[in-house]
Design a protein around this ligand. Structure first.
Ligand SMILES: *[C@@H]1O[C@H](CO)[C@@H](O)[C@H](O)[C@H]1NC(C)=O
Ligand SMILES: *[C@@H]1O[C@H](CO)[C@@H](O)[C@H](O)[C@H]1NC(C)=O
Length: 376
């Protein structure tokens, strides 16, 4: 696609975005027609502006009621596909010809990727061959097979080209490289996280690196490998499941050992938390996900904890950028530890009082949603 065509493509997307959206309450979560930036007709394979074209496509997707042919917006446009909005799972699914579909994969609006290709979706679970999981940068992808939402035979093959066909945006991926490692879904539990602890996530690998933190004596920190835009998923935070925090400790532990034991504990939901225990905290032992390497900062952190559904790890957490992060900038989050409990680390309590004085953190921040750990 030449720059001119790209411009037309993007302009069309903008027009579509500004088209009147249906009020949310009006969707009855059944079949809707779709109008998107691919509704104007088929294109040949395009290899330029991949990220912006994919992003434009997903933001341009509009569920519409059957519009009259004389409607201004769809004059000469073809409307192809069905749009399912699953209110329970927040999984928008766009299905076009031959079951070719785009499924938003993940909880609610946070940090999602998309699964793309010919698929069947039953009770929100995906089955299909050669499906691409497109990470939120609209470039990095794991292409593999899915059975009931479980990935197998996955390989890192990034998006190489795209085209519009019968109203759907179709994707082509880089060819399979020799000796390319296999990604597959494995269910984590209290004792098991992955059979390949040294296989790095392709998206983490692209976005971040680990190096000594700028905070003195704090150990390793996480740094941006490239410019990361605001409101973007940065890195995955996976871990062993911890159902009872007390399991992490034993009577004979020193305070330092206690601190080490929960250093990477990350809340997930009411049932369990995620953890990278001390015997996995060296990158030589585990580097499949790197979110646990992030350091804490009270003032102006550039990232926050979000929820993510990863084809390899399933439901996990992740870091999302709260503003643009420059290349080589260190990534920080506010851990939001509760300072009331006994297990709050001393360094955190000291820093807390240095930053907020005796009055403490100003009220009004929602603590529970983003807290890494409440120490309740
Ligand atoms: C939506 O979610 C419900 C409950 O999980 C499920 O029964 C239903 O099949 C889903 N619909 C679609 C279109 O995936
Ligand atoms: C955890 O998962 C591993 C690997 O699938 C399995 O061998 C082990 O039995 C599981 N443990 C529990 C407690 O479910």
């Amino acid at each position: 696609m030449g720059p001119k065509e790209a411009l037309i493509f993007l302009t069309l997307s903008v027009i579509v975005i500004s088209a009147k959206r249906l009020p949310k309450g009006d969707l009855d979560f059944e079949t809707h027609w779709v109008f998107s930036s691919c509704s104007l007709g088929d294109t040949s394979w395009q290899k330029t502006f991949i990220r912006s074209a994919l992003k434009s496509w997903v933001t341009s997707i509009q569920p519409v009621r059957r519009l009259k042919q004389d409607s201004k917006i769809i004059k000469d446009a073809r409307i192809v596909g069905r749009f399912h909005v699953n209110d329970t799972d927040y999984q928008p699914l766009v299905v076009g010809h031959d079951d070719y579909a785009w499924l938003k994969y993940g909880p609610e609006d946070q940090g999602n990727g998309w699964i793309v290709g010919p698929m069947k979706v039953r009770e929100s679970k995906v089955t299909g061959r050669g499906l691409g999981f497109i990470f939120p940068d609209f470039h990095t992808a794991i292409v593999g097979d899915y059975e009931n939402d479980k990935l197998f035979n996955g390989h890192n093959r990034n998006v190489k080209a795209y085209r519009c066909r019968q109203g759907m945006l179709e994707l082509q991926y880089e060819p399979l490289k020799k000796l390319s490692p296999v990604f597959k879904y494995e269910a984590a539990n209290e004792t098991f996280l992955t059979s390949k602890p040294l296989l790095m996530d392709p998206y983490d690998k692209r976005n971040v690196y680990v190096a000594p933190s700028g905070i003195p004596n704090a150990g390793q920190g996480l740094f941006a490998k490239r410019t990361i835009p605001a409101q973007t998923l940065i890195v995955t935070y996976a871990g062993l499941h911890v159902y009872d925090e007390e399991d992490l400790y034993s009577e004979d532990m020193t305070p330092d050992e206690v601190e080490d034991a929960h250093k990477n504990l990350m809340s997930y939901d009411d049932d369990y938390a995620l953890n990278i225990p001390p015997d996995m905290s060296s990158l030589h032992q585990y580097c499949s996900s790197l979110g646990h390497k992030v350091q804490h900062k009270f003032k102006n952190p550039n990232a926050d904890f979000v929820f993510f559904k990863h084809p390899r790890f399933g439901y996990v957490r992740a870091l999302g950028s709260t503003r643009t992060i420059q290349r080589h900038e260190e990534i920080f989050v506010d851990y939001y530890y509760s300072i009331k409990g006994d297990r709050c680390p001393n360094w955190y309590r000291t820093l807390y009082h240095q930053v907020f004085g005796t009055k403490g953190r100003p009220k009004g921040n929602v603590e529970s949603d983003f807290s890494r750990l409440n120490f309740n």
